[in-house]
Write a protein that binds this ligand. Structure first.
Ligand SMILES: Cc1cc2nc3c(=O)[nH]c(=O)nc-3n(C[C@H](O)[C@H](O)[C@H](O)COP(=O)(O)OP(=O)(O)OC[C@H]3O[C@@H](n4cnc5c(N)ncnc54)[C@H](O)[C@@H]3O)c2cc1C
Length: 394
């Protein structure tokens, strides 16, 4: 357990107020009917993503030398949090913030110079991250998508599932096996990261199919059948790709935790407003403890999760170990959002089911964080093994 004193400091209250104001202004241009309509036909929020890109928010973590804002992780998290607290769904574009990190940390100088400025300007969208496969799921190192070197290309064969935003992305970070697991004593070896240009790949060995889901996350299945990817698009060393994505996972967990914090804020605000105004049995329903207490408990859980998210971000920024805090932040924020969603749903009675109230849609959206990008069980397994020193459970 990390009991050592550290000097990382956590700011309380509304940090990054200018960013929060700017994001709120953008969100005001994309009110609930916009998201309701997209949800109905599983559309992609192109206009919202363009507005976020034009304001520079999606490039917040790209260093200034590549055209980004070079902001700390917390600032990027605040952007995501405010989107969700103000009724928007940043998950449609958040991957750009953390998948870019793999290129930034492990890409060659040529790759960084070629891609990062265009990603920062919005000319190129890096929104797709192909990890999960249908037969291996959470057991990532068993992934079966193969990339075989042939001259100056890799030839890719296999399948990914649940790849979000693939139809709305120009580039995809793809995790493949370049050597079979039995070729190395370490099961994480033999995995490599390829940067796939989707515009060239589609119809040339790569096929994308929509995967309709209970939440509008633009999820797809991707099939590879002899796709040729230039060897120059290998990110990091061949066979060492697992490490390239692993060291971005703390950042990813801390970032998406902010979305759950935003969700919890939205649910609590919405539930409280309804509980005050809805009168049944001649009194506001919020006067009943059965309505009031779940909202109050959700508020307490939100505050606790928010502190852990801030702590994780502060440790990350200070370059200190933050695996425990990133995982705790992800667990606690997802639970806080889910409990707030449940309280909000229950507070709204039958109207919680009415599309025009947005509660059911946001309830579905908040639920994702308990499954993706990592499920609650796997976080608990991490805490059991790596924090508490218990035997590995799987
Ligand atoms: C909306 C959405 C968007 C997604 N976007 C992407 C994306 O862009 N890119 C991508 O690569 N993936 C994406 N995913 C996939 C997501 O990361 C996986 O669904 C998730 O990691 C779980 O994998 P699985 O569905 O195969 O579950 P499985 O691995 O089949 O697990 C099923 C259940 O068993 C539990 N379980 C498995 N093993 C253990 C164990 N040893 N101990 C305890 N419990 C265990 C899991 O926690 C889970 O609850 C997305 C998923 C969703 C739903």
């Amino acid at each position: 357990m990390s009991n050592q004193a550290t000097t990382a400091s956590v700011q309380l209250g509304e940090d990054f107020p200018e960013i929060r104001d700017g994001v709120r202004r953008i969100c005001a241009d994309f009110p609930a009917p916009y998201w309701r309509d997209l949800d109905r036909h599983e559309g992609y929020p192109t206009a919202f993503v363009q507005a976020m890109t034009a304001a520079g928010y999606l490039a917040s973590l790209i260093p200034e030398e590549y055209g980004g804002a070079g902001l700390p992780l917390r600032a990027a998290g605040v952007i995501l949090e405010e989107c969700h607290a103000n009724g928007c769904y940043a998950a449609a574009a958040h991957a750009q913030m953390y998948t870019m990190g793999t290129v930034l940390r492990h890409g060659s100088p040529e790759q960084k110079a070629r891609y990062l400025p265009k990603i920062a300007s919005g000319e190129l969208r890096l929104q797709a991250f192909g990890v999960t496969e249908p037969t291996t799921g959470t057991d990532t190192t068993k992934l079966k998508t193969r990339a075989v070197r042939a001259g100056d290309s890799y030839v890719v064969t296999g399948q990914k599932v649940w790849t979000s935003r693939a139809e709305h992305s120009d580039l995809m970070l793809l995790l493949v096996r370049t050597a079979p697991p039995e070729a190395s004593p370490k099961k994480t070896d033999g995995i490599s990261v390829l940067l796939v240009d989707m515009r060239e790949a589609r119809g040339n060995g790569m096929e994308i199919r929509k995967l309709p889901a209970m939440v509008n996350h633009n999820t797809t299945e991707i099939f590879f059948d002899g796709l040729r990817v230039p060897a120059a698009n290998l990110i990091g060393a061949e066979g060492k790709g697992f490490r390239c994505i692993l060291d971005g996972m703390n950042a990813e967990r801390i970032l998406v935790s902010h979305e759950s914090i935003g969700d919890a804020r939205w649910f609590i605000r919405t539930a409280t407003a309804y509980a005050r105004e809805r009168v049944v049995f001649d009194r506001p329903i919020g006067q009943n403890q059965g309505i009031q207490f779940p909202i109050a408990r959700a508020y307490a859980e939100l505050q606790a999760a928010d502190m852990m998210v801030r702590k994780g971000a502060a440790l990350f920024e200070a370059g200190l170990p933050c695996g425990e805090e990133a995982n705790l932040a992800k667990l606690l924020s997802a639970e806080a959002a889910w409990n707030a969603a449940e309280a909000c749903m229950q507070t709204h009675g039958g109207f919680g089911y009415a599309r025009e109230y947005d509660v059911e849609r946001r309830w579905r959206e908040a639920r994702v964080q308990r499954t993706a990008p990592i499920s609650t069980n796997l976080i608990l397994a991490y805490i059991g093994e790596h924090v508490l020193g218990l035997p590995r459970s799987y």
